[in-house]
Design a protein around this ligand. Sequence first.
Ligand code: NAG
Length: 194
Amino acid sequence: MWREHPGGGYKIPVNIIAMFLLTAVLALTTVVSAEDVSMGPVFVKEPPNRVDFSNGTGAVVECQARGNPQPDIIWVRSDGTAVGDVPGLRQVLPNGNLVFPPFRAEDYRQEVHAQVYSCLARSPAGSVHSRDVNVRAVVAQYYDTDVNKEYAIRGNSAILKCVVPSFVADFVKVLSWHTDQGEEFVPGDDFGII
Ligand SMILES: *[C@@H]1O[C@H](CO)[C@@H](O)[C@H](O)[C@H]1NC(C)=O
């Protein structure tokens, strides 16, 4: 390949020079076109405003963004500080998901399980903040409902209230009513749940 030049030193074959030139031109084109389509982060999956979950199930809060270059995802608290892992209770995955594994009642921690988070996607091309994500975990526990007596005039409607203890009321939805005789009432023509 390398021939000794009569005048000493080496002569580089022309086709190698051409190849170097072509490579250089290609590299330059790639850089220019990458800059052309540079794009600030945009959310592909923005997390919801509210995430309620029980200690028995845990929760995964998804956050995904795209852009050029591909943005990094971090999670921050409302004061702007970055959120880190808390072993067994909270994990920030490389794909941007914020994971709350199931936990025992005694491991409940307010600063982890009742906290406002937000997802931040950032790259050299810019950064975007997601909406606030209000995370709330509840520890599954026994509760009982009550109903008080109501009087109504025959032929009129009566409203019975299902009394749910306040510590779970936010998480309880009344689906049906039952009598001691085993009758079941689900919302329909002559019965509704409000
Ligand atoms: C969640 O809490 C309840 C009540 O203390 C407990 O019985 C249950 O085992 C807990 N779940 C997990 C996954 O630890």
